[in-house]
Structure formats: structure tokens, C-alpha cells
Write a protein that binds this ligand. Structure first.
Ligand code: HPA
Length: 265
């Protein structure tokens, strides 16, 4: 933490933290950046091994509000444990973050939607079998048994839907199921996730949201639905396609997040 604080002297405390998922680098361009801190400069911070993830914190303002962006995240499939995956969220919380906006690329399980659609996350299913809260509880962070009944803040979901409407951006709402990956789902798994009530499936987000809620941080989440993941018409979803589709809808998501953030000041 000291390594980060030294670089931030004189800058306002970030109110909002944003985790940029695959293909969402465009949001960083909309930000007025005042400082960048590569993860490599932070002792013990896990390095991202994923090509499309830059691996640094950006500090500055978005929509006039002081923000911190995590450009590049770590995933369970890289071999990192839940605590490593959540280190960014916990750092941002210690720096003053009150609201976390989390974004990801995800497969679309809802037959009524298409690849390229955007979804605001209303709830999640943690299908990873992991949690960042196992072991001794750090009381200063939060309670032993944190409530998850409103993990994704209903008021923020409403704000996102209103702003999407005002900007003319189509925004679906649905449930995200988080898996470990890195392998994509079989048709049987996809059928199961649909029956469990999920609308999107991805390999990130749930650990970070659990850690954030444990610390009492308000959460808003968005998925860029990059590929249709339906049992009877599975598409191949090579990573190139996932990145290209996320880049395509990333522009709209960037506009939407900027507009929501401006209302969090
Ligand atoms: N499954 C899991 N993770 C993903 C997918 C998918 O279909 N698309 C993008 N991330």
C-alpha cells in the first residue's frame, strides 16, 4: 500500500473503483489520468499472465469524479488463489473506494439475446467452489458471514438502466454465473447453467464482488456478451472472437459507465 500511496500524494481519494474486463481498454481513454502504477511496482501484487490485460492501476477522474481503474485483473484459471484475485479490490478499498464497477466478457446463455449485447448484472452464482473469505476473518475488513442478498446494488442497477435509456444503449439485465475456466463449457454444462437461472457465464468477477461486499463496498457489474453459449447451437468462442466482440460493445459500455460514474460524485 505504501508503494501506491507514495505515488498518489496530492491526488484526491478515489471514490469509485473500476475493473476493466477483456476488451474494455477504451474506458481508460475516456479517463483523465493523473497517475499510473504498474502492478510490477507493487511488492507481492500478482502479475497478470493474460495478454489482453495491461496490469496497472490508473488514477484520475472520469465524469468529473475521482476514480481508480484496475487495468488488467487476475483470474483463478491462471493459478492464482482467491486472495490474489481480490488483491486489487482490497487495495482500492483501502485507498478510499466506496463503489466498485466491475466489467467482464461473458458467454450469453439467454436465447433471446445476441453476441454484442450488454448486460447489467443483477445477481450472481458463484460456481467456482472458491471464496476469498475462507480462513481467519479480518474483522477490520468485514463480518464473518457477510450478507449477499443484494450483492449488486439495486439502486445502481436502476441508475445504469436509466442512463442506458438516456444514451440510447440497449442494456439487458441478468444473472452472471462465475466459473473457474479456462476451458469453455460443454453443452451439458451450458444447459445446467441455464436451468440454474443464469443468463451469462464467465471466468471472473464473483471473487472480486464477494471481497467488495465483505468490505461494505457498493457494487455495480456489467457483462459484454461476446458469444452465444447455448447447448443446441454452441459457437466456437476463440479468445480472438471474445476480444473482438468485447471491443465492439466496449465503446457503448464506456459511455454508459462514464455517465453512471458522473452521478456518483
Ligand atoms: N464461457 C466462459 N467465459 C467466457 C465466455 C464463455 O462462453 N465468453 C467469454 N468469457
Amino acid at each position: 500500500m505504501q508503494a501506491i500511496r507514495e505515488r498518489l500524494s496530492g491526488l484526491p481519494e478515489p471514490k469509485v473503483g473500476i475493473i476493466l474486463g477483456t476488451g474494455l481498454g477504451g474506458l481508460a481513454d475516456a479517463m483523465q489520468v493523473h497517475a499510473a502504477v504498474p502492478y510490477a511496482d507493487i511488492p507481492e501484487f500478482p502479475r497478470s499472465t493474460v495478454q489482453s490485460h495491461a496490469g496497472r492501476f490508473l488514477f484520475g477522474t472520469l465524469g468529473g469524479v475521482p476514480v481508480v481503474m484496475q487495468q488488467g485483473r487476475n483470474h483463478l484459471y491462471e493459478g492464482y488463489g482467491p486472495d490474489d484475485v481480490c488483491m486489487g479490490v482490497r487495495c482500492m478499498a483501502q485507498l478510499g473506494m466506496q463503489t466498485l464497477i466491475v466489467t467482464n466478457a461473458a458467454g450469453c446463455l439467454n436465447p433471446q439475446w445476441d453476441a454484442g449485447d450488454l448486460m447489467v448484472i443483477t445477481d450472481h452464482i458463484n460456481f467456482t467452489g472458491r471464496t476469498p473469505l475462507s480462513g481467519e476473518n479480518h474483522e477490520v475488513w468485514g463480518p464473518r458471514f457477510p450478507d449477499m442478498s443484494r450483492a449488486y446494488d439495486p439502486q445502481l442497477v436502476r441508475t445504469a438502466l436509466e442512463q442506458a435509456d438516456a444514451l440510447g444503449i440497449r442494456l439487458e439485465r441478468g444473472v452472471y454465473v462465475g466459473v473457474c475456466g479456462p476451458q469453455m463449457e460443454t453443452p451439458a454444462e451450458t444447459r445446467m447453467f441455464k436451468r440454474l437461472g443464469a443468463d451469462a457465464v464467465g471466468m471472473s468477477t464473483v471473487m472480486e464482488v464477494i471481497a467488495a461486499r465483505h468490505m461494505g463496498i457498493r457494487v455495480l457489474g456489467f457483462s459484454c456478451l461476446t458469444n452465444k453459449n447455448l447447448p443446441d447451437c454452441m459457437e466456437d468462442a476463440p479468445i480472438e472472437t471474445v476480444i473482438a466482440m468485447a471491443n465492439r460493445s466496449g465503446g457503448n459500455l464506456a459511455r454508459l459507465i462514464e455517465s453512471v460514474t458522473a452521478r456518483l460524485g
